[in-house]
Design a protein around this ligand. Structure first.
Ligand code: AMP
Ligand code: ZN
Ligand code: ZN
Length: 401
């Protein structure tokens, strides 16, 4: 009898040991588009507020231009738009004459050519043997150097926030061998509603509450599965109220045939048409009310912008809250917008880190968003990227001592 028990114990021991092995935390990068830093203080996001309080948090400075694609890519590459190659939601490249990259032009937006200037953290992780999974993130649908996350999804705004969370939970539910070590998830609704109704609207508050509920479901779902999370929750930029009374009309300054407006709105990217160069420069590079236009090479150093060949020749930045138009607007100027100077306090983005890798109860001073990539690498055990613009030292206070 004793012998049988001993044998049984020997056979069962490895299984019992395996069952007790600690589950490796999964680093999850959550992007809440347009979640302005101070939204957290409205008292309508209890789950996020609790994560901020028991983890690390800060009001984070976005990179210029304060747009979605450039900043999402800055967050995962550690390089500012000028060096990560995604210099705008819309952009041109002298190597591709006559072609315009834009967020809605999937033929260009999904072409690796545009995304090849900086390596996203999921590629660094995959190369180090860590499995990654992306439930949306700008750039994650495109191979880098022929590599992709092990699991990735083509962006579709119609996939509900509930579906997005459930997809991520399904990935966490997997056996350890095929469970990601790093995952992303992205919510667009706070930004979408922020544009339509403005940052101070009841509609934005409802969108904030809904996303907060989804984050709660993610946290509770992972806890139920017994999978610890190192959560890094960020926004790409904030949101500022705009209205049709504060509009700068380029038609009043220069004829539309003389330039290409690569981008308009809170900032404008203007490329003179060949042969009309001096006319456009002469008209724009003078003082204007509510707008400052600068040759890209003369932009202030604090913007870290203008050396990439994809940056248009002239960059005009509107006074905070103003909108630059080239002809009639595509949609009415109302609600909210972003794209302003990254020194605008309304462009500040939320940052929360919570999990075993992170400090408990740390309020960081404002830092540049490119440091997030360094923090993600640290949480994943990857070495710091010496070539990145963002340094781990800038967010060291977010790490557990
Ligand atoms: P913005 O115009 O800067 O406010 O960008 C926000 C928009 O980007 C939202 O309407 C999203 O639906 C859209 N978006 C986010 N990720 C992607 C993606 N991977 N591909 C295309 N559009 C996206
Ligand atoms: Zn955005
Ligand atoms: Zn937006």
């Amino acid at each position: 009898m004793r012998l049988i028990l001993l044998l049984a114990a020997l056979i069962l021991a490895p299984a019992a040991l395996a069952a007790k092995e600690p589950v490796r935390p999964v680093t999850v990068l959550v992007g809440i588009d347009g979640f302005r830093a101070d939204y957290l203080e409205r008292g309508i996001t209890p789950r996020l507020a609790a994560l901020a309080k028991s983890g690390a948090n800060a009001a984070m400075r976005p990179s210029f231009p304060t747009k979605t694609f450039p900043n999402h890519f800055a967050l995962v590459t550690g390089k500012r738009p000028d060096r990560n190659g995604i210099v705008g939601n819309s952009m041109i490249d002298p190597r591709r004459p006559g072609v315009m990259f834009s967020l809605g032009n999937s033929q260009q937006a999904l072409d690796p050519f545009w995304w090849s200037e900086a390596e996203p953290v999921w590629i660094a992780a995959e190369r180090a043997g860590l499995r990654t999974a992306t439930m949306f993130w700008p750039g994650s649908e495109v191979p880098f150097d022929g590599q992709r996350p092990a699991d990735w999804m083509r962006y579709d705004q119609n996939i509900t926030n509930v579906q997005r969370v459930n997809t991520l939970l399904d990935w966490l539910r997997r056996p350890a061998t095929i469970r990601p070590a790093f995952a992303t998830i992205y919510f667009d609704t706070v930004d979408t509603i922020g544009h339509r109704f403005g940052p101070d609207s009841a509609e934005v508050n409802a969108a904030l509450a809904e996303v907060d509920t989804r984050i709660g479901e993610l946290v509770d779902g992972a806890a139920k599965l017994g999978v610890p999370l190192n959560l890094v929750i960020v926004a790409d930029h904030g949101m500022r109220a705009t209205d049709e009374a504060r509009v700068i009309q380029l038609d009043d300054i220069i004829d539309r045939a003389s330039y290409i407006a690569v981008e308009t709105g809170p900032y404008a990217a203007i490329e003179p048409v060949a042969g009309t160069d001096s006319r456009v420069y002469d008209a724009l590079l003078v003082p204007h009310e509510h707008m400052t236009c600068t040759r890209k090479e003369d932009l202030p150093g604090r913007l870290h912008y203008g050396s990439n060949p994809r940056v248009a020749a002239i960059i005009c930045i509107a006074e905070n809250g103003w909108t630059i138009l080239a002809g009639p607007p595509a949609y009415p100027v109302k609600g909210g917008a972003h794209g302003f100077d990254n020194a605008d306090p309304d462009m500040l983005a939320v940052f929360i880190a919570n999990g075993p890798a992170f400090a408990k109860g740390a309020k960081l001073s404002t830092f540049d968003n490119v440091a997030v990539a360094a923090l993600l690498r640290a949480a994943l055990g990857l070495p710091e990227d010496a070539d990145a613009d963002g340094k781990l030292a800038d967010v060291k206070a977010a790490l557990r001592r």
